[in-house]
Write a protein that binds this ligand. Structure first.
Ligand SMILES: *[C@@H]1O[C@H](CO)[C@@H](O)[C@H](O)[C@H]1NC(C)=O
Ligand SMILES: *[C@@H]1O[C@H](CO)[C@@H](O)[C@H](O)[C@H]1NC(C)=O
Ligand SMILES: *[C@@H]1O[C@H](CO)[C@@H](O)[C@H](O)[C@H]1NC(C)=O
Ligand SMILES: *[C@@H]1O[C@H](CO)[C@@H](O)[C@H](O)[C@H]1NC(C)=O
Ligand SMILES: *[C@@H]1O[C@H](CO)[C@@H](O)[C@H](O)[C@H]1NC(C)=O
Ligand SMILES: *[C@@H]1O[C@H](CO)[C@@H](O)[C@H](O)[C@H]1NC(C)=O
Ligand SMILES: *[C@@H]1O[C@H](CO)[C@@H](O)[C@H](O)[C@H]1NC(C)=O
Length: 538
């Protein structure tokens, strides 16, 4: 599973996973013809109960907010076809589906587990449990009818067994897992799966029915096999953070049914990007932190279904191609930490569905085009660390009511503040206006009560820090940066209202007086307190 841009927490990630992969099976009860057992097959009931008994139920084994122990209701003697998470075939009464995702299962699993007696299974979903670093048992090869296998986020580790290649009916294979440091994926860390022998190539050669393949966080450490481009049914391919290297086969971009492609976090993986075909189905294209570079091809405008383009920290250069203006389905355009130059194109306002626009840390110049303020669906706007110039009227930005993240620091423009009478402005979580030539605290801040990160550093704000700053967002504020202004007066004891504060920087101002004694009470959360270069703060 690929985390979305906004998704920083585990719970959020898993919410998305289950949004995409809701409970897979409709529970049906067998009541029919040939010779169905009265309830379910004794041998299968017994296999399920033994499977249940081989685990501890532990709340911390699952992260999905709606997780619950599905197996808890399984009772000796019951009709296993009616059990939570179990699906039987209407005619034969055999167990054909098992969905025990997010079921608090904790413990090891091996080939002796009675799970592998359930030969009729076609779908098996054990995602979001904790199998405690177990290897995927080689007995998985017994389940040769599987068309869906989902072991994602379940703490399996080690080499994936060769027997997986026997699952020739597989259409969905999800073995993705967490990877806390995608930059250095597999060093000093045993908690991941490996796909080396068998390799990704053998997988692609054998599992030719695959439609959905997610190996995010699996240590593959190889080139991307050409044979992946032969999987003509493929709709979803994630090789995120798999330590892939070499040149990415351009034919994969041309797979006719491909909707989702992520190869992010493979810094040894190289381009080039292809000429994109006209009939492409690609909706999500994620190439962040890879070695793809050069210009974005004009033909990217052929990707009419593209809703999400994420190329964070590659070495792309040149102008943002004008063919992008035809991609009116775009909701996420995230191009930070590249070398894009030229101006922010004034057709940007055409992309009216944009929720995320991140052009930070590029070489963009010139003014912010007026049309940008037409993007009424924006939630996240980040333009910081460019060379944008001119003036920006804050009131115009505040018209975009859904903004949660606004970052425009470190450009060459001035942000103009006017008095906002209208209290109906966005509720920001992240707001950075560092080096924006502000001469006062913007009024609208007085209405912000959900701020987590506020940076007004290196402006020309003088006078005292207004009292309201310590009030409304006191419970949520994690970082407050006011350094490099001309602030005067004392630090009020109200500072101690900031119960979540981690970073507080008021250095390089003209503050004076004694520090409020209660500051020592903040020390539990506070990890950066910078007071230097003031008048006489003591
Ligand atoms: C989990 O693995 C550890 C280390 O291998 C082991 O000590 C522990 O008993 C296992 N826990 C369970 C519930 O299997
Ligand atoms: C892809 O499939 C074609 C036709 O089935 C075959 O000739 C070719 O060898 C395959 N390519 C790879 C890389 O497996
Ligand atoms: C980008 O290019 C610079 C200089 O050519 C190089 O040092 C850097 O590693 C490249 N970054 C990536 C992500 O390839
Ligand atoms: C946008 O699409 C139209 C037709 O769909 C095409 O004529 C035009 O050249 C495209 N514009 C760009 C900049 O690619
Ligand atoms: C900063 O604002 C002042 C007015 O407060 C203005 O005179 C000056 O030109 C601005 N500087 C820049 C770089 O825009
Ligand atoms: C700092 O404050 C002192 C007195 O409080 C004042 O004399 C001085 O001019 C101020 N300096 C600046 C740079 O504002
Ligand atoms: C620190 O907090 C405690 C408990 O809330 C309070 O009693 C005490 O007065 C505070 N200390 C200072 C110096 O404000």
């Amino acid at each position: 599973m690929e985390p979305f841009l906004h998704c920083f927490s585990l719970k959020c990630l898993l919410t998305i996973i289950f949004f995409i992969f809701p409970n897979y099976y409709i529970l049906t009860q067998s009541v029919s013809s040939i010779q169905p057992p009265a309830a379910c097959w004794d041998s299968e009931r017994s296999a399920l109960l033994h499977f249940k008994d081989s685990f501890i139920l532990n709340n911390s084994a699952s992260d999905f907010p709606l997780a619950y122990p599905k197996v808890k209701s399984w009772k000796v003697g019951g009709d296993c076809c009616s059990w939570d998470g179990v699906e039987c075939d209407d005619n034969t009464g055999h167990v054909i589906g098992l969905d025990l995702s997010s079921s608090f299962l904790y413990g090891s699993i091996d080939s002796n587990n009675t799970l592998f007696h359930l030969h009729h299974l076609t779908t098996l979903n054990l995602s979001d449990n904790n199998f405690n670093g177990s290897k995927i048992p080689s007995a998985i090869g017994n389940l040769s009818r599987l068309s869906l296998l989902d072991f994602s986020f379940s703490a399996f580790s080690g080499q994936i067994p060769i027997e997986i290649l026997e699952l020739s009916e597989l259409e969905t294979l999800d073995l993705s897992g967490f990877n806390n440091d995608p930059e250095l994926p597999f060093e000093n860390n045993d908690n991941h799966l490996e796909l080396k022998n068998p390799s990704l190539k053998s997988l692609a050669d054998k599992l030719v029915k695959l439609k959905y393949l997610d190996l995010g966080g699996v240590n593959v450490s190889s080139t991307v096999p050409q044979s992946l481009a032969n999987l003509s049914s493929l709709t979803h391919l994630s090789l995120r953070s798999c330590d892939m290297n070499g040149e990415f086969p351009i034919e994969i971009f041309q797979l006719p049914n491909l909707q989702f492609l992520s190869v992010s976090y493979n810094h040894r993986l190289k381009g080039p990007l292809p000429e994109f075909p006209i009939n492409s189905s690609i909706e999500s294209l994620r190439l962040s932190r890879t070695g793809f570079d050069g210009e974005l091809p004009k033909s990217i405008g052929n990707l009419k279904s593209l809703s999400d383009l994420e190329v964070i920290e590659c070495n792309f250069s040149g102008q943002i191609p004008s063919s992008l203006k035809n991609l009116t389905q775009l909701t996420v355009l995230s191009l930070p930490l590249n070398l894009f130059s030229g101006q922010i194109p004034s057709w940007i306002g055409n992309l009216s569905r944009l929720r995320v626009l991140d052009l930070s840390s590029n070489e963009l110049r010139g003014p912010i085009p007026q049309s940008l303020f037409n993007l009424v669906n924006l939630e996240h706007l980040d333009l910081e660390l460019n060379h944008l110039s001119g003036t920006v009227n804050l009131e115009q930005i505040l018209q975009i009511r859904g903004l949660v993240v606004l970052q425009v620091s470190w450009n060459d423009f001035s942000v103009l503040t006017t008095t906002t009478k209208n209290a109906s402005v966005p509720k920001f979580k992240w707001l950075t206006l560092d080096s924006c030539n502000l001469s006062k605290f913007p009024d609208f801040l007085a209405h912000q009560d959900e701020l987590e990160f506020l940076n007004l550093g290196n402006n020309k704000i003088d006078g005292c820090i207004p009292k309201w700053l310590w009030g409304l967002s006191a419970k949520t504020l994690v970082a407050l940066e006011l350094q490099g202004n001309s602030l005067t007066g004392e630090l009020t004891p109200m500072i101690c209202n900031l119960s979540s504060i981690v970073v507080l920087d008021v250095s390089n101002n003209n503050l004076s007086g004694a520090l409020p004694p209660c500051l020592s009470n903040l020390s539990r959360s506070l990890s950066v307190l910078n007071l230097q270069n003031n008048s006489s703060v003591a």
